[in-house]
Design a protein around this ligand. Structure first.
Ligand code: GDD
Ligand code: MN
Length: 374
């Protein structure tokens, strides 16, 4: 049985069509199911409308007192769920309920523990989202992949609020999500051996209002920080930073040495930067990611060089330009290193971690057509 939780806060206009379409989608997949509406004292009739459907559909309604947040609503719903598969989706029709069919079929046909509806794989997307929400969403997604690169390596849409997970993957796991992002908590703490994705188009909100605000953004940052600690990724981060500092030392020392030996500065800087990259590579290989150490050193090094190339190029160029502008050698090289580090930190962490991270069995799967709300 699949238990799909639908958290609601003031969704009176959309809860009925959501429940009807979700039920149809799960019937189409041939699954036994229950729909659990977890309503936070909406006061607009959302819970009553859901209850009115109980005669026709396998719907249960959990009423909570006060507005206690989306993610905890999901966890509370799962706590009373009877299914061996747990799921969640929004109650405002922004998640087309028809996607449930594909999610359920994918889970049935594979060994995956988790199937996520994603806006960012193949032909997924967001319908008529304003540019600022697109940028915000992309930035939040990249940030999550930067803070939790090992856990999120296989997910294109870790912000997704629509997914199915096998209950056994969460057995004995204490879920304590903060704010909106239940999925982060599930992949951060759950025993997810492999996952799949199904593309979908996030629809425009036609009724009611989004509950995503400044508070939810702050909670998101706190939540990421907490997960980084509990997943041990903070330690990786600290080691990675120390290796980077050592690399900066190598860069400066080699550059100063070679320039003192009368090498042309452009060549000296290139050699110094290259040696620093090697120092970082082996530092990470033997220390930061030693527990994932496996063969294929050559292939890993090639990937690493590619990922580091833009930052290294910028480093080299900036060093020479600043020298030309009359900066002292160490100052110019230091500025180059800082720029290099900033590029890597802001853009490259997910790709660098992926080089070292354990190869998981996950595959991205897309079952042809993207679904949109009918
Ligand atoms: N019970 C309860 N309590 N439900 C809530 C609360 C709450 O405090 N806050 C929001 N909800 C419900 C809404 O009623 C809706 O059904 C769902 O949670 C999503 O809330 P929205 O306010 O519609 O979120 P959004 O559209 O801005 O953001 C969505 O975008 C993400 C991108 O895919 C969320 O739906 C995420 O789930 C999704 O990942
Ligand atoms: Mn919404």
């Amino acid at each position: 049985m699949i238990s799909v939780v639908i958290p609601t806060y003031r969704e009176a206009e959309t809860i009925e069509p959501t429940l009807r379409r979700a039920a149809a989608a799960l019937e189409k997949a041939g699954e036994a199911f229950e729909l659990l509406v977890v309503d936070d004292a909406s006061g607009d009739g959302t819970a009553e409308r859901a209850e009115s459907l109980q005669k026709e559909l396998p719907v249960r309604v959990l009423r909570r007192r006060g507005k206690r947040g989306l993610a905890t609503a999901v966890v509370d719903g799962w706590a009373i769920a009877r299914g061996e598969v747990l799921g969640v989706m929004d109650g405002d029709l922004q998640h087309p309920p028809e996607v449930l069919t594909q999610l359920a079929e994918t889970l049935r046909q594979t060994e995956a523990d988790l199937v996520v509806a994603s806006r960012y794989c193949s032909d997924g997307g967001s319908n008529r989202w304003p540019w600022w929400r697109r940028i915000g969403s992309a930035a939040a997604t990249h940030l999550a992949a930067t803070v939790l690169p090992l856990r999120l390596a296989d997910l294109t849409d870790p912000m997704s609020g629509m997914f199915l997970v096998r209950a056994r993957a969460l057995e004995g796991v204490k879920l304590e999500p903060l704010g909106f992002r239940t999925l982060l908590e599930v992949v951060g703490k759950g025993k997810i051996a492999s996952s799949r994705e199904v593309s979908y188009v996030f629809e425009r909100r036609e009724q009611g209002r989004s509950k995503l605000g400044a508070r939810q953004c702050a909670e998101y940052l706190l939540h990421l920080g907490r997960l980084a600690r509990s997943t041990g990724q903070v330690r990786d981060w600290a080691r990675y930073a120390l290796v980077g500092l050592a690399g900066a030392g190598v860069d400066l020392a080699v550059l100063v040495g070679l320039v003192a030996a009368h090498w042309p500065v452009a060549l000296a800087a290139a050699v110094a930067i290259q040696l620093a990259i090697l120092s970082n590579f082996f530092g990470n290989r033997w220390w930061t990611f030693s527990r994932h150490a496996s063969g294929q050193l050559g292939r890993k090094l090639v990937c690493y060089e590619k990922v580091c190339a833009p930052g290294a190029g910028l480093n080299w160029l900036l060093t020479l330009v600043l020298l030309h502008a009359g900066w002292p050698l160490v100052g110019a090289a230091g500025a180059g290193i800082v720029a290099d580090g900033a590029v890597n930190l802001s853009l490259n962490i997910p790709s660098i971690w992926r080089i070292w991270g354990p190869r998981s069995a996950s595959k991205r799967e897309n079952h042809g057509s993207s679904l949109t709300a009918a």
